[in-house]
Design a protein around this ligand. Structure first.
Ligand code: HEC
Ligand code: HEC
Ligand code: HEC
Ligand code: HEC
Ligand code: HEC
Ligand code: HEC
Ligand code: HEC
Ligand code: HEC
Length: 441
């Protein structure tokens, strides 16, 4: 395009170079600055900070004292809907837990009672679920609840089920120096607050951003649903659903309006899709037990009181993507696996029964190696096998599940046989001694 004539070649070349510089440099610079902008604050592009020009007194001062909090909150849809710092934080002087602050009274940690003023449905569902008081009781025991809380706890239909008497033993053995960073980090999801309301919404809605994308991503659940005894996160990662998430998740519609989600938004499910989201015909719920058939966490699993209705709800989620026969067969097979694992746990109980009957197990939990073997057998491997089957993690059903159970059944058998043989031998010696004493020989 510059071949217009010999005399013009130089001038044309100069124009071309300048032109090229403009064409290359300006978008290049834009890309560079864009990238910097992105790495500093990726949210900024989706949802502008609505508090930039706010003259609210909390915001004005906290812009300097805690700029992170103001920035996060500024990008939330709640800030855009004019919900203010005071809506959550400000309380009357007499309110339980109130601290004096800048001429008013505030809560350091706004409770679910504050959220409830605007989100009754979510709080009610949450309180019906095992994320509420049952999660706290699992850790500390029902003895820790006062009369009012005990009444709430006992009224939760699927809440009171606690088959394992020694479930709080580790909490009490380890002591607060340890448990503050261990059990409590996870089980405080159901902790009661000084005002009597229950739970910590910010375990999933990480503070001040209240982002749907963050709450819906499985990494949010993996804060707690991880590890040898409840590896739901690891299982999900190796499942076809988790693979779809890992390989294509960035294209899913994470901020879609709640209650309207379809396969167009999520071609494969996350934890939230199956357990919480409104998906297809199913409404959104904060009761994470609402779609469950079994008490899988129990040593020996039983069906839940309203398991038929729960099952219909879960299957209706599956059926958005799988056909009815596929799901029916899957449920029949997974039910059979639960019964098989129940059988092995029952067998382990029968194996150690002679130790109990002859007083060879101490009353103290976790003071003999055999206590740990017996516990791991159902608490780690039995549960893992069940979770693996229901959420498509074959490795967890097999090598972290069934195989470990068989190994520990063998260890238990050997231990019990040896211990009983020693016990019987020492009894025989005693009997012989007594017999000798009686005959005077
Ligand atoms: C004049 C400045 C100023 C104003 C106005 C102000 N704050 Fe603060 N606020 C602070 C400072 C400073 C801290 C302490 C920060 C720290 O310790 O890092 C604080 C702490 C807090 C805390 C934590 C309290 C604690 O004891 O841990 C909360 C919650 C809070 N402010 C909320 C609010 C709310 C809500 C408003 C509006 C009603 C507000 N603040 C108004 C300066 C202010
Ligand atoms: C939708 C409710 C809500 C709104 C609105 C809200 N907060 Fe909070 N804030 C919370 C919750 C819940 C916590 C405690 C969370 C926790 O500790 O896990 C908290 C904690 C805090 C803390 C103490 C925690 C810390 O890390 O220092 C400060 C300070 C604070 N908020 C300031 C603000 C300010 C300033 C605003 C307005 C820009 C604001 N909050 C708006 C719910 C809210
Ligand atoms: C004063 C009323 C009010 C209070 C108090 C309040 N919220 Fe909200 N919240 C709203 C409104 C209004 C919206 C809807 C924003 C929208 O979608 O436009 C909302 C939306 C939300 C969302 C969905 C965000 C989204 O992007 O759709 C979450 C999550 C949430 N709130 C959590 C909480 C939690 C947790 C608390 C307590 C710590 C709380 N809210 C306290 C009024 C409130
Ligand atoms: C990493 C987070 C985490 C830690 C740490 C943790 N738990 Fe859990 N715990 C969970 C999750 C998640 C479940 C739910 C498993 C399920 O439903 O399948 C659970 C289930 C339980 C259950 C069975 C449910 C019930 O109500 O009977 C008990 C009991 C329990 N935990 C007690 C404890 C105790 C005691 C500690 C500390 C010694 C502890 N947990 C530490 C996350 C944790
Ligand atoms: C176990 C994690 C978890 C906890 C704990 C949790 N939420 Fe949510 N929340 C979610 C998820 C996931 C969604 C998005 C559901 C969906 O996909 O539509 C959500 C959505 C919401 C929404 C928007 C719902 C709608 O239909 O517009 C509100 C409001 C909300 N949560 C409030 C709360 C409150 C209040 C609490 C505490 C009582 C709470 N959440 C505790 C995970 C959680
Ligand atoms: C802060 C820790 C924590 C986080 C985060 C968390 N959970 Fe849980 N979850 C628990 C504990 C603890 C239990 C066990 C409660 C019990 O049975 O005592 C539990 C139980 C459950 C159960 C079984 C409920 C029942 O009725 O047996 C489901 C399903 C569940 N969670 C799903 C989720 C999903 C989905 C997410 C993420 C969106 C999530 N959880 C995030 C701690 C957590
Ligand atoms: C494809 C749907 C699906 C996905 C995705 C999924 N789950 Fe599940 N989950 C199930 C089914 C089905 C069960 C068994 C329910 C029953 O008892 O009928 C289950 C069981 C559970 C349980 C055991 C409850 C008990 O009784 O002990 C927990 C906890 C749980 N899921 C958490 C999670 C978490 C966390 C994730 C993500 C890391 C996740 N789930 C991903 C469908 C799903
Ligand atoms: C949003 C769509 C979606 C939902 C909802 C969904 N799945 Fe899937 N599922 C998939 C995709 C995609 C795959 C991987 C491709 C395939 O194998 O068909 C898959 C694969 C599977 C597989 C493995 C199939 C194989 O051949 O290995 C099983 C089992 C399964 N899902 C069970 C379930 C169950 C049970 C539910 C409900 C609790 C469910 N799915 C909910 C999309 C979904």
């Amino acid at each position: 395009m510059t071949e217009s004539g010999k005399g013009g070649i130089l001038a044309n070349a100069r124009v071309l170079i300048i032109g090229l510089l403009v064409v290359i440099l300006i978008p290049g610079l834009a890309l560079v600055f864009g990238a910097i902008g992105n790495s500093v604050n990726p949210e900024a592009q989706e949802q502008p900070n609505v508090l930039v020009n706010s003259t609210d007194s909390c915001v004005s001062c906290h812009r300097n004292t805690t700029p992170g909090i103001v920035s996060q909150y500024g990008h939330s849809t709640m800030a855009a809907a004019n919900v203010t710092c005071t809506d959550c934080h400000e309380v009357a002087e007499s309110y339980p837990g109130a601290v004096e602050h800048e001429g008013t009274w505030v809560l350091r940690e706004p409770t679910t009672a504050k959220c409830e003023t605007c989100h009754q449905a979510e709080v009610a569902q949450y309180n019906q679920s095992r994320h509420g008081l049952p999660a706290y009781v699992a850790m500390v025991g029902a003895e820790a609840l006062d009369e009012d809380l005990l009444a709430i706890y006992e009224a939760i239909p699927e809440g009171g089920f606690n088959p394992d008497r020694s479930r709080n033993a580790l909490f009490h053995m380890e002591g607060p120096e340890i448990t503050r960073f261990a059990c409590e980090s996870c089980h405080n999801i159901g902790k009661p607050a000084p005002d009597g309301s229950v739970g910590q919404c910010t375990k999933c809605h990480l503070r001040h951003e209240f982002s749907l994308e963050q709450a819906r991503k499985p990494e949010t659940c993996n804060n707690c649903h991880i590890g040898p005894d409840h590896p739901q996160w690891e299982i999900y990662q190796e499942s076809p659903h988790g693979i779809a998430y890992a390989t294509d998740g960035e294209n899913w519609n994470w901020d879609a309006e709640p209650g309207t989600l379809t396969v167009e938004d999520f071609p494969a499910p996350t934890c939230a899709t199956c357990h919480m989201s409104g998906f297809g015909a199913q409404g959104t719920t904060h009761d994470v037990g609402d779609r469950l058939t079994w008490y899988l966490f129990a040593p020996i699993s039983e069906r839940r009181p309203s398991w038929q209705d729960n099952q219909v709800r879960m299957q209706s989620v599956c059926q958005e993507c799988h056909n009815a026969n596929f799901i029916e067969e899957f449920y029949t097979d997974a039910d059979a696996l639960v019964e098989a694992v129940n059988g092995w746990v029952q067998e382990s109980r029968e194996i150690i029964a002679p130790l109990r009957e002859n007083g060879l197990l101490t009353d103290e939990p976790f003071d003999q190696p055999v206590d740990f073997i017996f516990f791991d057998l159902w608490h780690h491997w039995g549960r893992t096998a069940k979770f693996g089957a229901w959420m498509q993690g074959a490795d967890y059903v097999q090598w972290h599940g069934a195989y470990e159970m068989l190994r520990e059944l063998a260890e238990l058998r050997e231990y019990v046989e040896e211990t009983m043989a020693e016990y019987e031998a020492s009894n025989a010696i005693e009997d012989a001694g007594e017999a000798n004493a009686a005959t005077g020989g």
